[in-house]
Design a protein around this ligand. Structure first.
Ligand SMILES: [Zn+2]
Length: 287
């Protein structure tokens, strides 16, 4: 199945971006692993495309791997597909893992970071509520669908996958200087567990990357206390097939270990009581 997945990403760029082929491959993974998997749809995008997910395992703790908020980041799609295949063969004990390989289906088909509703185009990973968000959230059906899904399923742990900058980071990533949370030690331990093979950089989101408001990773923690990590994978937005294979191989064990080692209940303390400083939102967003 890894070769089938890699064949989806044979050519970098727009030719790698066809959501129908991703759906066909998820269906193949499900067909090969009927005892451990189930296909489901988490919602319908503004373009009318069903957003597919694969449910893997049947344990009592529900966890999530979601990729491709940014439609051009097909390396993240590849890693999510690799995770789905690996977990379908050997589920995580005690868990039901939901893998969403592409959230931004419209952007994926156009090799475009952004996603459009009927009127305008939005960055899906700036479309969630958050402690420092001032504008309107949920302009997109995809982001609202995912937010509803983590609430309905009581998701406890979440990995959101992007490209590119080799780093795995934890909240807060919002526009503040008050970056610490009561869970920093636990989060740091989990990022280290997630990067034993990849040797990616770990740490606080804003310190390693840059502040951004309205992201999924911060929303999940802030709203629900989800153990939420952001994986910025690899070294390019346009990895060739060898680079895609390396990203899959380097990150599957760490993503599994993160899911295995995260607490089995949501964080009790997850509110934000610091000060928002939107002047910090100056750097160009790249990842
Ligand atoms: Zn991204």
């Amino acid at each position: 199945m890894l070769n089938t997945i890699l064949s989806l990403f044979l050519l970098a760029g727009p030719s790698a971006s066809n959501y129908d082929r991703i759906v066909t491959t998820i269906e193949q993974i499900a067909a090969q692993n009927p005892g451990t998997t189930k296909l489901l749809t988490i919602g319908i995008s503004d373009k009318g495309i069903p957003i597919q997910a694969l449910q893997i395992g049947n344990g009592p703790v529900n966890t999530l791997v979601v990729a491709t908020h940014h439609g051009n980041e097909y390396g993240s799609t590849a890693v999510a597909m690799g995770v789905a295949d690996a977990l379908a063969k050997k589920p995580v004990d005690g868990q039901t893992v939901f893998v969403v390989p592409v959230l931004n289906t419209g952007g994926y088909n156009q090799n475009n970071r952004y996603e459009s509703n009927l009127n305008s185009s939005f960055d899906p990973n700036r479309d969630y509520p958050g402690p420092c968000v001032s504008g309107q959230s949920y302009n997109l059906k995809s982001t609202k669908s995912l937010a509803d899904f983590i609430e309905q399923k009581n998701i406890v742990t979440s990995a959101t996958l992007h490209t590119f900058w080799p780093a795995v980071v934890y909240p807060w990533g919002i526009s503040t200087s008050d970056l610490s949370t009561p869970n920093d030690a636990q989060f740091l331990k989990l990022t280290k567990a997630a990067t034993e093979e990849s040797h990616y950089q770990v740490g606080n989101n804003t310190e390693v990357l840059y502040p951004a408001d309205g992201t999924f990773e911060d929303y999940a923690y802030w709203k629900h206390g989800v153990w939420s990590l952001l994986f910025e994978l690899g070294f390019s937005h346009t990895p060739d097939q060898t680079a895609v294979k390396n990203m899959i191989d380097a990150n599957i064990p760490g993503i599994r270990r993160f899911l295995e080692q995260a607490p089995t209940t949501r964080a009790a303390q997850h509110g934000f009581s610091g000060k928002c400083e939107t002047r910090l939102l100056q750097r160009m967003w790249l990842e």
